[in-house]
Design a protein around this ligand. Structure first.
Ligand code: FE2
Length: 393
């Protein structure tokens, strides 16, 4: 007695079932669910025949070349047909894959900022993301060493820049967007537009008032104000804007292929997330933005805006996969609730010092990287608020 599973009925016999089926006297085959069936030896032979003589489907062109009978008692291969074998054309369907970008990541150790050059390898068209303008506060000197290194990379790679992209109005470094735009326009003969999220107007008006900057100096300085989920092209690459508020209200990320340039939302998993205590910042919004990023497939790379490597420790790392963040991000791994995150973030932000270049950064960055105008005295000046201790002033 042997039981035949439904698979065995379709020809997938087990090692135990096969001998009993080949040399049986009586076999009971039960194809569950259903009544048991009893087979006589002749029925079993028919079943054996049906199972063992079932041939895989053969390509019609190959069937055509098979002779109907083999020569008796012959070990020689049958002769090939006199007509030559004809290859039959066939078609296959492949889903076109979007090209993957070439990504250059450049770390500025002075401001712990990651800058990116994201290029379409087929057209050598590229976008710059969050470029840094050097500034030395002790001597109040602006310089372009870092931006010029980026220009060298663009030149050596033969790249044409289609966009200069800002993730937000940074408070910890000055953007080189305006400088790069002018330098690139001179070479390319076409000015690469500077893009930022459409809510930058809120940030410009808050800090324009705070620093006494005339709105004429920042209105219309950005060429592209991205709508949420807006799509753009960098050569043959497709980019998509992701609104990622929390650190600042205007904050966006840029998804290009399986890469998201997330600015200051997620940092390295050992660091967690960005602060939310700037005007318009929101820990709840950052939690939702982070979950939006972590809802992407696990293999997607999240390229961060900053890293803060410790001396003697591992080097700065530009990206971490979604899966790694979900497993071990210090602040927002899977399982951390919104209320837990908000409580942690608020408590942490209460003890953070102001960024070293806060005032200079904001006064340049709401102008898209333009410096303050030369005033009547022939100088460019930043406004720096003074904290007063004691009484009697
Ligand atoms: Fe920032």
């Amino acid at each position: 007695m042997a039981k035949l599973s439904p698979q065995a009925c379709l020809g997938a016999l087990t090692r135990q079932q096969a001998p009993a089926l080949f040399f049986p006297r009586l076999v009971t085959a039960s194809c569950t669910p259903g009544p048991e069936l009893s087979h006589t030896a002749s029925q079993t032979r028919r079943l054996h025949h049906q199972i063992c003589n079932t041939r895989p489907q053969t390509h019609p062109s190959r069937q055509a070349s098979r002779p109907s009978t083999l020569p008796p008692n012959s070990n020689q291969l049958p002769p090939l047909p006199s007509t030559p074998y004809t290859r039959h054309p066939y078609t296959t369907t492949t889903t076109p894959q979007p090209p993957s970008p070439t990504i250059h990541s450049l770390f500025d150790p002075q401001t712990s900022t990651w800058q990116y050059l994201v290029a379409d390898p087929s057209t050598h068209t590229a976008a710059i993301i969050d470029p840094v303008l050097d500034y030395t506060p002790t001597t109040r000197t602006v310089s372009t060493t870092t931006a010029d290194a980026l220009l060298s990379l663009i030149h050596s790679g033969g790249y044409t820049i289609s966009h200069i992209l800002e993730t937000h109005a940074h408070a910890d470094h000055l953007t080189a967007a305006f400088y790069l735009q002018r330098r690139l326009a001179a070479v390319q003969k076409v000015k690469p537009p500077v893009g930022i999220g459409r809510r930058i107007g809120q940030v410009q008006s808050v800090f324009g008032r705070r620093y006494g900057i005339d709105s004429e100096e920042y209105d219309g300085v950005f060429d592209l104000l991205w709508k949420d989920d807006e799509v753009f092209a960098v050569g043959g690459l497709s980019g998509e804007v992701m609104h990622l508020p929390g650190h600042t209200p205007d904050h966006v990320g840029y998804r290009i292929g399986d890469n998201v340039f997330c600015g200051d939302s997620l940092f390295h998993p050992t660091l967690g997330t960005a602060r939310c205590d700037f005007p318009g910042g929101s820990a709840q919004a950052l939690y939702q933005s982070a979950r939006k990023l972590l809802a992407l497939p696990d293999h997607v790379k999240i390229w961060t805006g900053h890293d803060y490597p410790v001396e003697g420790g591992p080097a700065a790392e530009p990206w971490t996969s979604v899966g790694e963040h979900r497993a071990r991000n210090k602040h927002i791994r899977d399982g951390v609730s919104e209320s837990e995150f908000v409580q942690m973030r608020r408590e942490r932000d209460r003890h953070l010092a102001a960024p070293r270049l806060l005032h200079e950064s904001l006064q340049v960055n709401i102008r898209a990287g333009q410096l303050p105008k030369v005033d009547e005295s022939g100088m460019r000046t930043f406004k720096l608020p003074v904290k007063v201790q004691g009484e009697g002033w």
